[in-house]
Write a protein of this length. Structure first.
Length: 159
């Protein structure tokens, strides 16, 4: 009986650890036509000499307060998308509803390795890092470790 419980328990355990790496392949991405382009930058993420385009969209677009320029009025929740274009390939790194803000920056981790680090500020804080591997697939680490790295570019979104 004990053996049966152990076998069933082991068979039902799913790998959903924060240390898991998620692979993100190119895909067709739909951006709402009324989405607000909150931030964009170009950076060579894989050291091949070609610039990747990184864009962050928000839908619905926050409205700028009439009496406070630079201040925005927010809905309860917005859909945020972080998209990277590499040549003809498009990668959807983030696509979630969030009651809060999203920020990202680029880190130089030595050599040609660069990472996009994403900070989700909502009901809590979450940091993810995305690196583009040699097979041109993004790898997302859901636990962020501070590397001996230098921030080389930072998003300007709603500072």
């Amino acid at each position: 009986m004990l053996l049966l419980i152990l076998v069933i328990g082991a068979g039902c355990a799913a790998s959903n650890s924060l240390n898991d790496t998620v692979k993100i392949r190119p895909e067709s991405v739909t951006i709402n036509e009324d989405a607000f382009l909150a931030d964009s930058m170009q950076y060579d993420l894989d050291g091949d000499g070609q610039m990747e385009m990184i864009r962050m969209y928000i839908y619905p677009a926050p409205a700028e307060a009439e009496n406070k320029p630079g201040q925005y009025l927010w809905h309860e929740s917005h859909q945020w998308q972080l998209i990277v274009n590499r040549g003809e390939d498009t990668y959807l790194l983030y696509n979630n509803h969030l009651s809060g803000k999203l920020k990202f920056w680029i880190e130089d981790r030595g050599g040609s390795q660069k990472a996009i680090v994403l900070l989700e500020e909502g009901k809590g804080l979450r940091l993810d890092s995305f690196t583009l591997n040699e097979d041109h697939i993004f790898e997302r680490m859901m636990n962020y470790n501070q590397f001996n790295s230098v921030i080389v570019e930072s998003s300007t979104t709603f500072k």
